[in-house]
Design a protein around this ligand. Structure first.
Ligand SMILES: [Zn+2]
Length: 367
């Protein structure tokens, strides 16, 4: 199995274009054509995780958090990041990260958290903007089906639970074929009027190049006329955070105790309880303070996240309970998620869940 085969499948589940602008998800270290026999799945890459990969013979580490996040100008072993890179290179270990792109998709990090809590009716808390485009093209009679099918085959026209969505209208196209042209219909040097169908189809931006390839391949004209428009529509199935419902209402304190059990949190930092039962729960694995207004607007009773700052807690304004359960704790099931995604596609490939507890945060509790 090559690294490319593994990551191209992972990226069909969590397309890299869904990562945030600040992120660095993707193949961080290593060559995609390298043949590998096993992969180590982890939340973080640390020196202990690299050691584990060496000991277990895993030549690929698949992590949630990218080990390289910003520019690095020297690699001389002064920081743990540099030491990890040096050790990985010396031992031919590749490192791949699926980070905010895996946070953003249905079936990603936040879906896993919702599943652990037992939430249903899941929806994205803040759907992604500027991720959709519309392709419009014009096709002569007799070629409509072929072009439309070819666009559907690469995934264009998917809206929520519906596939193959498009609109077709009829009209007249005009063109004047130039001296060196080889027109499919009409004569060189004469203006031509052709009965054409206009196809409109919506698609995520990351499929744009595949859609253009599919269009050019299936369209009979020498020069294919098409337009691509950016859309302001949100992509409902992709975005930040998630909201879901409990099967039945739970008392706040009982719910928080259950969260401690599920996530193994040593402590939960939370705002004042409101004396209301918990039904709707918003979640965001890792640093989720930016989603607090969305959680309030979605009328969640509680927001489960991490890395909340002192002043963020004031913003709850008695409209919601904020529970900061710890960054590692909230995302710890991500390696399990990698396993579940990959094992379905590659049932015979050796996948190993890292046994290193990478959480750098410890808790000293008052006795
Ligand atoms: Zn994180």
């Amino acid at each position: 199995m090559t690294i490319r085969e593994i990551i191209s499948y992972l990226e069909s589940v969590a397309p890299p274009s869904y990562q945030e602008a600040y992120d660095n998800a993707g193949l961080i270290l290593g060559h995609p054509e390298t043949i590998i026999e096993s992969a180590l799945l982890t939340l973080d890459v640390t020196e202990a995780v690299i050691d584990e990969a060496i000991e277990t013979g895993c030549k690929l580490i698949i992590a949630h958090h990218p080990i390289l996040f910003k520019g690095i100008k020297r690699i001389n072993g002064h920081t743990y990041v540099e030491r990890c890179i040096i050790k990985a290179i010396k031992n031919d270990i590749a490192i791949y990260a699926a980070h905010t792109n895996l946070d953003s998709v249905q079936g990603g990090v936040n879906s896993k958290i919702c599943e652990k809590i037992g939430l249903t009716n899941l929806a994205i808390l803040s759907p992604a903007k500027e991720q959709l485009v519309k392709l419009v093209t014009f096709v002569p009679e007799g070629h409509l089906e072929k072009v439309r099918e070819s666009l559907f085959s690469i995934g264009a026209g998917a809206i929520g639970k519906y596939n193959n969505s498009s609109f077709t209208g009829e009209g007249i196209g005009t063109f004047l074929a130039g001296a060196d042209s080889n027109p499919f219909v009409g004569e060189i040097g004469e203006i031509h009027f052709e009965k054409e169908s206009r196809i409109e189809i919506i698609l995520p931006k990351y499929l744009k190049n595949s859609a253009i390839d599919a269009l050019l391949e299936s369209h009979p004209y020498e020069e294919v006329s098409y337009d691509i428009y950016p859309l302001e529509n949100s992509l409902q199935d992709v975005g930040s955070g998630m909201i879901g419902e409990l099967a039945g209402a739970e008392q706040e304190i009982d719910f928080l105790q259950r969260i401690i059990q599920i996530f193994g949190s040593k402590s939960i930092k939370h705002t004042y309880l409101l004396g209301k039962p918990i039904r709707k729960v918003a979640v965001c694995g890792g640093s989720g303070s930016f989603l607090l207004p969305h959680a309030i607007a979605a009328k969640a009773d509680i927001f489960i996240t991490a890395d909340m700052k002192y002043h963020d807690f004031f913003d709850a304004e008695e409209k919601i309970v904020i529970a900061d359960i710890g960054h590692y704790e909230s995302e710890q099931f991500t390696k399990e998620l990698f396993y579940e995604i990959l094992i379905k596609k590659f049932p015979n490939f050796a996948l190993r869940l890292s046994e290193v507890k990478t959480n750098p945060v410890l808790y000293l509790c008052e006795q």
